[in-house]
Design a protein around this ligand. Structure first.
Ligand SMILES: [Zn+2]
Length: 153
């Protein structure tokens, strides 16, 4: 593992769906394609930021998800054409689009919220001081690792 005090790159944090404020805590519990547990955490497990910064905030993620879907439909159409050179059957395109959109829906669910919080939320800023293993105490305690992590409610 790298040194604990180096800044986490934004692109890496977005790709791994980390908290936009500390870039350490996971936004989601469970894996992207794991059944039953694909939901967003209420609080960041690292810096305790509330992800849904106001009630109903993630309704806005629907618009991001819609935009992602439009791009994916375009991609699936183009890929289907390039692979099959089909210009006759609309059913081939329709079935490819439907299957593809269902398969990538967990990706859309995650990254629509990641994009919303990282790019479209002016209230949320990256806090460099929170981007380290131990956030409640100084450097000398960071050497002790996770033994003295405090849970702040
Ligand atoms: Zn955080």
């Amino acid at each position: 593992m790298e040194t604990t005090d180096s800044a986490t790159p934004k692109s890496w944090a977005m790709l791994h769906a980390k908290c936009p404020r500390c870039r350490r805590g996971n936004m989601f519990e469970g894996g992207m394609y794991s059944f039953g547990s694909n939901k967003i955490n209420i609080l960041c497990p690292h810096c305790h930021m509330t992800f849904e910064i106001e009630p109903g905030y993630f309704y806005a993620a629907m618009y991001v998800s819609y935009a992602l879907n439009i791009m994916e439909v375009g991609f699936f159409c183009l890929a289907t054409y390039l692979i099959t050179h089909n210009t006759v059957s609309p059913w081939l395109y329709l079935s490819t689009i439907l299957t593809g959109c269902i398969l990538v829906s967990p990706v859309n669910f995650r990254y629509s919220r990641v994009i919303l919080l990282y790019w479209l939320s002016p209230k949320i800023h990256y806090h460099r001081e929170l981007d380290k293993v131990e956030i409640n105490s100084g450097k000398e305690n960071a050497a002790n690792g996770f033994t003295n992590l405090k849970i702040v409610k």
